[in-house]
Design a protein around this ligand. Structure first.
Ligand code: NAP
Length: 317
């Protein structure tokens, strides 16, 4: 089968399309014929080994498997006898976070992983734009008593996680303020943002407004400023921060002030199925920016890591 493979960390040009063996499902795995995948910040971090910690998970000196692609939408193509949840021919979508490989014609995933039936009202390309951003936003929203919050500030709102956070915040009836590039503002208003600030307006504002929830996907602002913008018993969500954000979260837990949420998002099948339900009932919208073929993966990576993208960069296999 054809697959995108990279043999050394670095630039998009390190990725080539190669012929590799079709994977065989283990006893409790299913094989999926991938119809659509996408390029997300996680693929870019793995490709670049940024941060350095990536190397401990994916290969210290060079990529261990050299495979990318953590979201997929496709058709179940092979089910061993032990598999009970899915059957051949089912349309499914999901995430394979720590075992990327969806930038290929086939992928094997455990039947009990973050996988669900595809929304019936969406194409595979539309469907695959959902799981990455929404499972991340959902992971953090599930940790908050959202009903006790009224306002949210979403920084980096036009990115893949930001757009999902805006849609989930609207689903929960929150009053939404966003920070993004100017060209993203009309899209954010259509999705439910009430107040849209450009990055310059946000940086140059003379005083801080206070929000019940502040969610930052950009990692470009001082934590002390973000804490000041969060209500005393509110929640600050640092989507992008890793070790420093986790340490801050522990420190604030100890001081019992603003609750700080950080760290890797995890997803289970129920989360993916909840995303399906929200999509089928029209409460969230897919967010495809542009589609590329697998052969065009280098250009797709270049667009995905640029400021020009406004939505998800999808790969049709
Ligand atoms: N905790 C987790 O498990 C988890 C899960 C998913 C993602 N992440 C991390 O979260 C971050 C966001 O992910 P993503 O997939 O949403 O990435 P993305 O699609 O690249 O979005 C990042 C957004 O931040 C915006 N931005 C950049 N500088 C900014 C600034 N100074 N002020 C306001 N906005 C700014 C970017 O705008 P422009 O495009 O205009 O520059 C872009 O819209 C990444 O660092 C990713 O690694 C963490």
């Amino acid at each position: 089968m054809q697959a995108a493979v990279f043999h050394s960390y670095g630039e998009p040009e390190n990725i080539t399309i190669e012929e590799v063996p079709i994977p065989e499902p283990k006893a409790t795995q299913i094989r999926i014929r991938v119809i659509a995948s996408a390029i997300h910040s996680a693929d870019i971090r793995i490709r670049k080994a940024d941060p350095f910690l990536v190397r401990f998970a994916f290969g210290l000196f060079k990529p261990r498997t050299g495979r990318l692609g953590i979201v997929y939408s496709g058709v179940v193509e092979k089910c061993p006898e032990q598999v009970t949840v899915f059957k051949e021919g089912d349309n499914v979508f999901g995430l394979c976070d720590f075992s990327p490989g969806a930038h290929a014609e086939y992928i094997c995933v455990p039947e009990n992983s973050a996988i669900a039936r595809k929304p019936e009202n969406l194409s595979h390309a539309e469907t695959v734009s959902l799981p990455f951003g929404f499972h991340t936003a959902l992971h953090f929203f599930k940790k908050i008593d959202v009903q006790s919050h009224k306002t949210i500030l979403i920084i980096g709102a036009a990115g893949n996680v930001g757009i999902a956070a805006v849609q989930l915040a609207r689903y929960h009836g929150l009053h939404i303020t966003t920070v993004s590039a100017l060209h993203a503002q009309s899209k954010l208003r259509q999705l439910g943002a009430e107040k849209t600030l450009t990055v310059t307006e946000f940086k140059e504002r003379s005083e801080f407004e206070i929000y019940d929830i502040v969610l930052d996907t950009s990692d470009k602002y001082a934590y002390s400023d973000l804490v000041k913008m969060t209500r005393a018993d509110g929640t600050l969500i640092l989507v992008a921060g890793i070790i420093s954000a986790l340490l801050l979260a522990i420190w604030h837990k100890f001081r019992r002030k603003v609750t700080i949420l950080a760290g890797p998002a995890s997803a289970a099948a129920q989360d993916i199925d909840f995303i399906r339900e929200l999509a089928e009932t029209g409460q969230i919208k897919p967010d495809v920016y542009r589609t590329f073929s697998l052969r065009e993966i280098v250009n797709a990576h270049k667009l995905a890591e640029s400021s020009n993208k406004l939505g998800v960069v999808v790969i049709e296999i």
